[in-house]
Design a protein around this ligand. Sequence first.
Ligand SMILES: Cc1ncc(COP(=O)(O)O)c(C=O)c1O
Length: 399
Amino acid sequence: MAIARQRIHLPPRAWRRALAAWRGGRLWEGEATARFEAAFAAAVGVEHAVAIPSGRAGLLFLLEALELEPGSEVICCAFGYPVVPYLVRERGFDLRLVDCEPRTLGMDPAALAEALSDRTKAVIATHLYGVPCRIRELSELCEARGVTLIEDCAHSLGASVGGRPTGSIGRAGYFSFETSKIVNTMGGGMLTTDDAELAERLRKCASSEPPHGTAWLRKRLTKTSFETLVTHPWVFNLAVYPALRLASSKDRFASGYAPDALTTAGRLGRYSAYQAELGLAQLGDVERRAEARRRNVHRLRERLRGQVPFQEPDAPDVVPNPMLSAALFEDMPRVARELLARGIDTKRDYMRDCSALLDQPGHFPVAVRADRQVLHLPAHPELSEQDMDRIAAAVADVL
Ligand SMILES: Cc1ncc(COP(=O)(O)O)c(C=O)c1O
């Protein structure tokens, strides 16, 4: 049996809940959203959580609610999700990139120290693939200069640093609940902060979004059901794997099963009470699934010790929730191709070197290397020890 790069799950009883919520008139508005926000704030250890239509919408709301002067400098990491720096620039801020560091693949504190100036008003630090970046050092640097630190926690629900959950360390954090994320509410996300005034402004942004209609709901349910189907081991083996083998020479399925676009299209609108119900049903399971991911990545790392470098936390008190494993290979495209031929599907090109956005391609050497070398080996919670051993053996074989 071939092993898929990821496994998507339709949220628990998504269709049945949709029907019940529609009949009960609580699809769009209802107390579930407030309950989900409260439970999420407690899980992250912050005073306020605000439900949002997507991670990127959370970033936009923050940029607005922080009331930064137009043209203020905002610093992002050169290696990351291109939509983030793209939106910063699109909103009229002066985007500045700094390099990542090789261990966590997050923003390099030394590079940030060099880049910070009186013009810098905000820094966006991402905990890539669920491994926290060196946020304590980044936070100290920002605090010393009075700069707002935003945590991009799109991948990192359930991860912590010195006992503090990600999303509770900077002035604010944003999470994503897209289908492949730690919590999947078929889109959506959450903003977290201890700052009551900021939370109030963020809530205004979120509640001024128009509610969705049933066409949106049908589309999201259908899309998520499709993703659930094609990542199911049987369907994957019968239909998707053969298609990937045929398409592999063209790298058509480079990232997920469709490339992400630099856009907010389809990612705005009001977070619904129905989605909040889906989120509430998953929060209690985050830690159990995180433990399974950690076990799987640990096993891969142990089996490939000395042969393959992996992204890893920078200190013993940093606890990741590895949404994706990230291994680095000198000749990544060849490794991906040969693993696929051995029945191991992998994910690549999800995060990118964003320097091309600034016409500075190749300017940040660690980001360039990560862009060329990072490959996500399957490590999702459903995989067994035997699966992990098989993946490690296949990697050792192709090296
Ligand atoms: C690091 C990172 N930040 C932000 C986002 C945006 O989240 P969303 O897709 O919910 O808008 C993503 C999405 O994959 C991401 O990977």
